[in-house]
Design a protein around this ligand. Structure first.
Ligand code: ATP
Length: 349
């Protein structure tokens, strides 16, 4: 991993919002190195900060939010210092593009889908008329739209949900970005279509040499598409590692909770795990490990000091005191033990 190129590097990022006179801290000293060409999934429950975190890479924070401290470096440039729209325009879409959950909000209902993709081709690839149209048809084909010449003239309402999501992806691709962020790109779709869109994104990543970030609350969805998984809780990345490391050998009790709640891992005789309690109130300062109040296995120290990262392997680390050699041994839930037994087989052959 060390030898790979870091395309985006986030260091100790803190993002705050002002709401009705009070200040809320949505991102709390989160750090992340994104490697060129990789596919990273950011997983966490609603409100953990996945969208705010990634939107800050494109200067898309809501007007009441700001980067309070820390840095975001993209291709060697500290973009977190950008104050003017002109600077962000050089990045947004062009270098870092985003696909959102609901394609209808990204598409103009009054323009043909062909024109909407072509507009991006003309703007970002400098092509004109016939050439731009040819390229547009090619991209529509690449995103799996059959009869692209005919469908070029159709409007969003003539497309199914899955097909609309393909159009949105086509628009993003037309801008030839280096990084593509997919914010819950399949949540609104049924399971079969979800799998098709994820397959499509996997294929496009190779063809267009993309670095991809998938945002999702469902660990099950990303198991097949991500090289690495970052687990986010209360505005921080509490665990990160290769997909199989986090999946089979997760270390943070919050990762255990996410894994245990996957229906496909339900252990016979063990009730489907639900994460009890609610995430912390982000208006208040958080002491110790933010997950401690919801963690039935919390240690005393979890309520007092924020854990640093502990290395599990050169590619896997987690912020949990459990990994401190001085801590007492903590037994994971049954379902995690089963995964770990599989991990022994996966990692040692
Ligand atoms: N404009 C805003 N003003 C105040 N708080 C905000 C604003 N935008 C986001 N937040 C807060 O920041 C926190 C993180 O939100 P974010 O949308 O990033 O979470 P998420 O993990 O993407 O959740 P979801 O899966 O529901 O999209 C939440 O507590 C949210 O309420």
């Amino acid at each position: 991993m060390e030898k790979e190129n870091i395309i985006l590097s986030v260091k100790d990022l803190v993002i705050k919002f002002k709401l009705r006179g009070d200040i809320l801290t949505a991102i709390r000293e989160a750090s992340l190195d994104l490697y060129e060409g990789e596919s990273l999934a950011i997983v966490g429950e609603s409100g953990s900060g996945k969208s705010v975190f990634t939107k800050s890479f494109m200067g898309l924070l809501d007007g009441n939010g700001w980067i309070d401290s820390g840095s975001i470096i993209f291709e060697g440039e500290e973009i977190s210092k950008y104050k003017r729209e002109e600077d962000w325009i050089k990045i947004r879409g062009k270098k870092i593009a985003m696909v959102f959950q609901d394609p209808m909000t990204s598409l103009n209902p009054l323009r043909s889908i062909g024109k909407q993709v072509q507009e991006a081709v003309e703007l970002h690839q400098g092509l004109k008329r016939d050439e731009a149209k040819k390229k547009t048809i090619e991209i529509l084909k690449d995103v799996g739209i059959t009869e692209p010449e005919r469908r070029y003239r159709q409007y969003p309402h003539e497309f199914s949900g899955g097909m609309r999501q393909r159009v949105v992806i086509a628009i993003a691709i037309a801008c030839t970005p280096k990084v593509l962020i997919c914010d819950e790109p399949t949540t609104a779709l049924d399971v079969t279509i979800q799998a098709q869109i994820l397959d499509l994104l996997k294929g496009l990543k190779e063809k267009y040499k993309l670095t991809t970030i998938y945002i999702t609350h469902d660990l099950g969805v990303v198991a097949n598409v991500a090289d690495r998984i970052a687990v986010m809780y209360a505005g921080d990345i509490v665990e990160i590692g290769k997909c199989e490391e986090v999946f089979y050998n997760g270390q943070h009790p919050y990762t255990w909770a996410l894994l245990s709640s996957l229906p496909q891992l339900g252990v016979k005789g063990e009730d489907l795990f639900t994460i009890k309690g609610t995430p912390p109130n982000l208006f208040y300062e958080i002491k110790g490990d933010a997950f401690a109040p919801r963690n039935p296995r919390a240690l005393k120290v979890d309520f007092i000091h924020k854990p640093p990262y502990f290395d599990v392997s050169p590619t896997h680390k987690a912020k949990t005191w459990i990994l401190d050699p001085r801590s007492p041994k903590v037994e994971p839930p049954e379902s995690i033990k089963i995964l770990r037994a599989q991990w022994e087989v996966v990692s040692h052959g």
